[in-house]
Every structure is written in structure tokens, then in C-alpha cells.
Design a protein around this ligand. Structure first.
Ligand code: AMP
Length: 422
């Protein structure tokens, strides 16, 4: 069953005339913001930001939030009862407050229960984790010899998947271990020696643990690859191929990816057997996000950020910087001004990354400045605003960044700083 044609939404998106809603900010020196000013992204007047504007039409960063569709209001075919999950799993689903499956869960769960290979085209924010975790946990309850390997591109996403699984397996004898880089390997070795049902990790550490003969691929019967496109971008393709090639056949393979391009098709062809392909539109997660640009001179960007963050409605804000050093610079500036802020990027030790993320999740800090390491997959509740202090590299990254807000039935706001010379 091929639900939707895989289209590349980046090129196909309807261009909109800009609308200036609540977030009509402009730099003191920007010379105002005449209504039609950003209408044609091709007009990169006088050579301003030409390379950027010729790559990305900035009018794509301006968009009204669409009327909100609550998860409960989306039509789906199944109830959770229809999946014949065990009563204890049903209790945990209820305890999470899930009333009915999200569209991706509705479509995918029956196929996973049937043992089919699956390709799910979906972003985080669509309920993708539960879409694979719930049926696999149910399988473990039916057959405790089942062993599952889940690979994710970032340590944070792997940790989040593990936490989600722990909440679904509450009160069960179903065990899950983590295998991620940057964290003490000894603890992970001890956990994995206890032969958990599920190992969640990043490809590099998983490979390392297999080479040390701690992870035994010959026992694995199901493999899940989350955010495959991102894993390929991060150069994990050789590790992934090596790992999958060591898992004995027959096994079940579940791939999740936000996009499906040539590179991924190649992997799909080599690793998925007669897969069911399910797609939920990649833009779903940004529908709830009101988007606008802020024209600002480069030298005024930090002041503008401070000004915005000083406003009351900017309650919980994720700020994206282009580089690790820029993120640190923004962080230091905000910290000096007394904002409750943390920073997240690849130069930080894993324990610092975890501590900062926890502080953000638990509202000890309300501003997180990050590189694109935070753009994908993170599910932090109630982020009110995403600010692209530096532009994203491409529209796809943009969609991922702004997908951190406007989650779980809430409207979010995304502001992108566009450097102006005036
Ligand atoms: P994910 O795409 O897995 O990151 O999930 C996004 C958010 O949706 C998470 O906060 C989940 O807890 C939540 N979620 C997942 N499935 C459901 C559901 N069936 N009903 C309500 N919320 C859900």
C-alpha cells in the first residue's frame, strides 16, 4: 500500500504573499517594513544577501499559522483497542493521555504487527516514536526472546526514544538499554550484558560495542532506523550498512525518514524487503507555527534578540545559531544580561548537553541557544518561539528547526533574522 507519492515539499510549496501578524519586528535601522517588501524572494535588491536569497526565498519564512487541528479531531480508522495490545500496554497508553492513534500510528501499527518491513515518511511531532515502539513492545510481551535494535542520528534523540519506551513499558519486564557516544561506556556495557530486549543508540557507539563483542547482532530480530535521512547526512551510511549486514535474516526492518531521496532509496532497496510505505506530509508539524522574518543589520542582531527575549510572550525560546562559536557568543551575551539561558552544541560534553536539555525541559532555564544539533527530533514541551538568529542552510533544516514549536496542539511562533544593510 503506497499511501502518498513522495514529493519534495521544498520545491513544491505554495509561495505566499507575506502577512504581518503579531510578530512584525524590524530593526531600528531597517527603514520600516513596507507590506510588500518581502513578497518576491528573488528581489535581492542591490546585491544584498544575494547568495542566501537566491538559495532560499525568504517569503517562505513568512506564514500564518493554519487553524489548529487537534490530534483528537483528526479522522483515523483505528482505536488503540483495535490493535489487540496487551492490557498493561493499554494502561500505559492511557496513562500517557493518548486518546486515539495519530495518523502515522493508525496506518503503520497494523503492518508492524503483521511483521512487514515498513518505510514511514514522517517528521518527529507526528507520533512516530509510539508508532514503532507500541507494536514492538507488544511483540516482546508475546515473545520475550524478541531483541530490537533502534538507531537514531543524535544522542539526544536516542535518549528521548529510550525515555518514551520506558514510559510505555512501565510495570513490565521489558528492558531497554542505551548505546550512545559521549557517555560512560562502562555503564552501557553493564546494561547491555544484562541482555535487554531493546537497545537504542547511535551508530558509532553501537558499532564500537559490537566490536568489543558486547552487542551481539546475531540475536537481533527487528531493527528500527529513525531519521534515516539525517543519519546519512551525518555520514553514518557505512556504519549503518555494516551493522545491518550483520543482522541475521529474516528480520523485520522499520525505516523512518522525513525525506526520501536517491541516497535513501538505495538503502531502502538494499535493506527493506517488500516494504509498506506510509507517508504523512512533512509539513504537518509546522502548520501550527506562525512564521515571520525580522530584517536586521548584522551588528544589531544581538540587540534585537535581547529586545525580543525581554518581551513577556517569549516564554520559552529556542535560538538557532549557525556555528558552535556563534552559539557560545549569543549564549554569553544573554547570560551577561541576566537571561536564564543554556547552550547546546557538539563541542559540549555529553553530560553537559544532557544537563542543559533537562534544565530546558524542566523550565530551570527558558532560553536555549543551539546549533542544528537541536533541530531534529527533540520534543520539549511548550516552546513558544523559535528564533533563527542565523539562517538555516536550506528549507528542510528550516522546517525541522521551527518544528520544535507549535507542538501538541499549541500555536508556536518562528522568527528568522534576515540580515539587511539598512
Ligand atoms: P514524536 O513524533 O514521537 O516525537 O511525538 C510527538 C509528541 O506527540 C510526543 O509528545 C508524544 O508523546 C505525542 N503523542 C504521540 N502519540 C500520541 C497520541 N496518540 N495522542 C496524543 N499525543 C501523542
Amino acid at each position: 500500500m503506497y499511501q502518498n507519492k513522495f514529493t519534495n515539499n521544498i520545491g513544491g510549496r505554495t509561495q505566499q504573499r507575506p502577512s504581518f501578524g503579531r510578530n512584525n519586528f524590524s530593526s531600528r535601522n531597517s527603514g520600516g517594513n513596507g507590506g510588500g517588501r518581502f513578497g518576491g524572494g528573488n528581489r535581492s535588491g542591490g546585491g544584498r544577501n544575494r547568495s542566501f536569497e537566491s538559495r532560499i526565498d525568504i517569503s517562505m519564512f513568512i506564514k500564518k499559522a493554519e487553524p489548529m487541528v487537534k490530534i483528537e479531531d483528526v479522522q483515523v480508522k483505528n482505536n488503540f483497542q483495535d490493535f489487540d495490545f496487551s492490557p498493561i500496554l493499554m494502561d500505559n497508553i492511557k496513562a500517557k493521555g493518548y486518546l486515539k492513534p495519530t495518523p502515522i500510528q493508525d496506518e503503520i501499527i497494523p503492518h508492524i504487527l503483521d511483521g512487514r518491513d515498513v518505510l514511514g515518511v514522517a517528521n518527529t511531532g507526528t507520533g512516530k516514536t509510539a508508532a514503532f515502539a507500541l507494536p514492538l513492545i507488544n511483540e516482546i510481551l508475546l515473545d520475550p526472546n524478541k531483541r530490537i535494535l533502534i538507531m537514531a542520528p543524535t544522542r539526544e534523540l536516542a535518549q528521548q526514544i529510550k525515555q518514551d519506551i520506558r514510559s510505555f513499558t512501565f510495570g513490565m519486564r521489558v528492558y531497554v538499554a542505551l548505546a550512545i557516544g559521549g557517555a560512560y561506556i562502562r555503564e552501557q556495557i553493564m546494561d547491555i550484558r544484562r541482555d535487554p530486549h531493546i537497545i537504542v543508540g547511535t551508530p558509532g557507539r553501537i558499532k564500537d560495542l559490537a566490536e568489543r563483542r558486547i552487542i551481539n547482532f546475531s540475536k537481533i530480530n527487528t531493527i528500527v532506523l529513525d531519521e534515516v535521512d539525517r543519519m546519512l547526512d551525518m555520514g553514518f551510511v557505512a556504519d549503518i550498512k555494516e551493522i545491518i549486514s550483520q543482522i541475521p535474516s529474516p528480520h523485520q526492518t522499520l525505516f523512518f525518514s522525513a525525506t526520501v531521496d536517491k541516497k535513501i532509496e538505495h538503502l531502502i532497496d538494499s535493506f527493506l524487503v517488500n516494504p509498506v510505505k506510509i507517508s504523512v506530509k512533512t509539513q504537518e508539524s509546522s502548520k501550527n507555527v506562525e512564521q515571520n522574518v525580522v530584517r536586521v543589520r548584522r551588528e544589531d542582531k544581538e540587540n534585537m534578540l535581547h529586545k525580543l527575549l525581554g518581551q513577556e510572550e517569549f516564554k520559552k525560546v529556542l535560538v538557532f545559531g549557525a556555528t558552535k562559536s556563534m552559539v557560545e557568543k549569543i549564549y554569553v551575551g544573554l547570560n551577561q544580561k541576566g537571561f536564564k539561558v543554556g547552550s547546546l552544541h557538539g563541542d559540549k560534553a555529553q553530560f553537559q548537553r544532557q544537563r542543559t536539555l533537562r534544565a530546558f525541559k524542566e523550565n530551570e532555564i527558558n532560553i536555549l541557544v543551539a546549533t542544528d544539533v537541536a533541530a531534529r527530533g527533540l520534543d520539549v514541551a511548550d516552546i513558544t518561539h523559535v528564533i533563527n538568529f542565523d539562517k538555516p542552510n536550506n528549507y528542510e533544516d528550516y522546517v525541522h528547526r521551527i518544528g520544535r514549536t507549535g507542538r501538541a496542539n499549541k500555536t508556536g511562533f518562528a522568527l528568522t533574522f534576515v540580515e539587511s544593510q539598512y
